[in-house]
Design a protein around this ligand. Sequence first.
Ligand code: 4NP
Length: 167
Amino acid sequence: MDKKSDKYKLLFVCLGNICRSPAAEGVMLRLIDERNLADRISVDSAGTYGGHAGSLPDNRMRIHARRRGYELTHRSRRITGDDFVNFDLIVGMDAGNVYSLREMAASPEEARKIVPMGQFIRQFPHYDHVPDPYYEGSEGFELVLDLLEDACEALLDYILKNDFFTK
Ligand code: 4NP
């Protein structure tokens, strides 16, 4: 829990921080807004690879997200060691992201903050992760949004049910 703001701080992480994790951020921000939780939960995203740092999300991701009403304005950034201190929960989009995050964690306490997004996918039993759409066509981007809309609902329920705000 962030002592300064007392908000629960959630970080989504993928590889480039231009497709999946900024989309997850946009999807979760809308849910938080709809449930009037903006004063209790904050959301950010980052990538394990910094090659796109400073860029807006990939145009294809922005176009597909916009069709569902999400404006993605995040600027890509690489995850830092401080993120493991500052955030309460760090959500990796696929097994590779989770592996990289576990490699970066400086202590068991930091490693305990890492969870795979696949854990929260409910409606798509054939998916245990959010697949990288970068080299895919339109279907890949639509699939990412379908999985994220599903998983973000379950993730938010998990955060609320586990009553993290009182810890
Ligand atoms: P993301 O997608 O991890 O969902 O942002 C990718 C973005 C860029 C690259 C790979 C995946 N890339 O190789 O540059």
